[in-house]
Design a protein around this ligand. Structure first.
Ligand code: GLY
Length: 350
């Protein structure tokens, strides 16, 4: 078992290689009541009720699958159920699922009684390496993705690698997009490891190492800049364009797939504005394609620009991007002109 310490808001640990049933037991012993959020798929596949049944102080709440669960109507039902369960300040919430469930569960914990303890048990690669660590919690609304939320760190993140066994190759690859992002912004050893894995199957064989190294970077970054005043923005490499693609598809494509296209866009933008070497852009394309991730889009540029502009409202006055000077050396780009963005889109589409 491996552990990584995060020092953000309070100190907590990410534990890699645990068994989720042991965690449920431990958390139920240290709190009067536990409120467990998960999806029907996880409940059925991992016989969650069988493990929760002996824990008389537990309440299970089933959330819908996918990004759609991050909705005020679902949150309202959770608050209702928390009230009915009589959840007090000394009780805890456990979110077991992908990034949408840990975002939603963390936000339910942040808002109940002005903040109760919560634990994340991520079940997808994307949630393990990114969403569950760092304390960003929230829901979506008709105004945009993640605009309603709170920084509310978990008390523990517990990674049971067995969940990866039932993850589809498509979902595993989507998680790899975030790993590749971390490789380009901070830890090139991740890129080297992945270059040596020719297939998704081979990458699954090194999952623990990829998770450990990716979380080590994330823990360092959020420990230095928990509330994203500057440094934490490097984790958004590929995300400005990626979010636009994701929104355009109405969340029909995976977050990681949208980020994959966004990474190529950010790399091409870096060639134009920062003199990033072409070979680094080629490395983006070859690595992403190696794991069947998309590297371009058929969506017209105009609606994507519009969506990026609406996203910027959440980020301040200018359209901001994270670019790369070189591998491991990110750069903040502000006020990028529409002409440069359009030219970058053209290059990306070739
Ligand atoms: N997903 C990026 C962050 O947590 O800051």
């Amino acid at each position: 078992m491996r552990h990584i310490t995060v020092n953000a808001e309070h100190q907590y640990k990410v534990h890699i290689g645990e068994r989720f049933e042991g965690i449920l037991n431990d958390v139920s012993q240290s709190h009067a009541k536990i409120f467990v959020l998960s999806t029907q798929y996880i409940v059925d596949t991992y016989h969650l009720e069988q493990f929760l049944h002996p824990l008389e102080n537990s309440t299970l709440f089933i959330v819908p699958d996918g990004e759609g669960q991050k909705d005020i109507s679902v949150l309202e039902k959770i608050w209702q159920a928390m009230g009915e369960a009589g959840l007090t300040r000394s009780d805890a919430l456990i979110a077991i699922g992908g990034g949408a469930t840990t975002d939603l569960g963390g936000f339910a914990a942040a808002t109940w009684l002005r903040g109760i303890t919560w634990y994340a048990i991520p079940t997808t690669l994307a949630a393990m390496v990114d969403a569950s660590v760092g304390g960003k919690t929230g829901i979506n609304s008709h105004v945009g993705k993640n605009l309603i939320g709170s920084f509310h760190s978990p008390t523990g993140v517990h990674i049971d690698l067995r969940f990866l066994n039932t993850l589809s190759d498509r979902d595993f690859s989507a998680g790899l997009a975030e790993v590749i992002k971390v490789g380009f912004i901070r830890d090139a050893s991740l890129l080297e490891i992945l270059q040596n894995q020719n297939t998704v199957e081979a990458a699954r064989g090194v999952a623990e190492e990829l998770i450990f190294r990716s979380i080590t970077v994330k823990a360092d970054v959020v420990s230095a800049d928990f509330q994203e005043s500057k440094l934490r923005e490097i984790l958004n490499y590929g995300h400005t364009f990626g979010h636009a693609i994701e929104k355009f598809s109405h969340y029909d494509i995976r977050h990681g797939e949208a980020v994959s296209i966004g990474l190529v866009f950010a790399a091409e933008l870096s060639v134009k504005l920062l003199g990033l070497k072409e070979e680094v852009v080629d490395l983006h394309r070859s690595l992403l394609q190696q794991f069947a991730l998309p590297i371009k889009t058929n969506v017209a540029f105009a609606p994507l620009l519009e969506l990026m502009r609406s996203d910027k409202k959440a980020r301040g006055a200018s359209l901001r991007f994270i670019g790369l000077n070189s591998i491991g050396n990110p750069h903040w780009l502000e006020d990028v002109s529409t002409d440069v963005l359009a030219a970058t889109y053209e290059r990306m589409s070739i």
